[in-house]
Design a protein around this ligand. Structure first.
Ligand SMILES: [Zn+2]
Ligand SMILES: [Zn+2]
Ligand SMILES: [Zn+2]
Ligand SMILES: [Zn+2]
Ligand SMILES: [Zn+2]
Ligand SMILES: [Zn+2]
Ligand SMILES: [Zn+2]
Length: 182
């Protein structure tokens, strides 16, 4: 006789007991680890968290190692490599990029930069953007931006540089080698 303590049932031989464990929802075995979980959820948590497993909970599929799992995430799911997080679709990932402090993301170009500086340079230099770095605002086109610059800021036409206000521009005239104010 074999007893199943968990289910308080008895089996005539171990084969019947093994069959019971396969059939019952109370038994969720990880054969690799020789562990038996009381719920499918417990087993899932184990498969996802244990370093012994490279398991995709979305596809319910096992992979040989974490590299293969990561490659699978990147190919078949919306995956953030930096945060090691998987999202249900690219919209979820896109939202994560926008919201997370970890990222410096240009939503328009769908590009992620490693530093805030990198993003700032991209926004100021890319022809896809009409970006005011003082207001941290992206305008529809360069006309909108120059209108904004004229209204709010000061522009040096000789150097093609924008300054935050007239004072900064005046300071620039005094400091710059390009302008000889003597
Ligand atoms: Zn049982
Ligand atoms: Zn296991
Ligand atoms: Zn998957
Ligand atoms: Zn991330
Ligand atoms: Zn961009
Ligand atoms: Zn501005
Ligand atoms: Zn100048």
């Amino acid at each position: 006789m074999v007893d199943c303590d968990r289910c308080e049932r008895h089996f005539p031989h171990s084969r019947a007991f093994e069959q019971h464990k396969k059939d019952s929802d109370c038994h969720n075995e990880c054969e690799d680890c020789n562990k038996d979980f009381t719920s499918p959820h417990g087993l899932k948590e184990h498969l996802v968290q244990s370093p012994r497993h490279s398991y995709c909970q979305y596809c319910k599929e096992h992979f040989d190692d974490d590299d293969e799992l990561q490659a699978h995430f990147e190919d078949d799911h919306a995956y953030c490599r930096d945060c090691r997080r998987v999202f249900t679709d690219t919209n979820g990932l896109d939202q994560h990029y926008r919201q997370s402090e970890e990222h410096n993301y240009c939503a328009k170009c769908r590009k992620d930069f490693s530093t805030p500086r990198g993003l700032n340079e991209h926004l100021t230099q890319s022809s896809r953007h009409s970006y005011c770095q003082y207001c941290e605002e992206d305008f529809d086109d360069d006309d909108e931006l120059s209108k904004h610059t004229d209204d709010e800021h000061a522009y040096c036409h000789k150097c093609e540089r924008t300054f935050i206000d007239e004072d900064a521009l005046a300071q620039h005239f005094r400091d710059s080698e390009t302008h000889n104010y003597n």
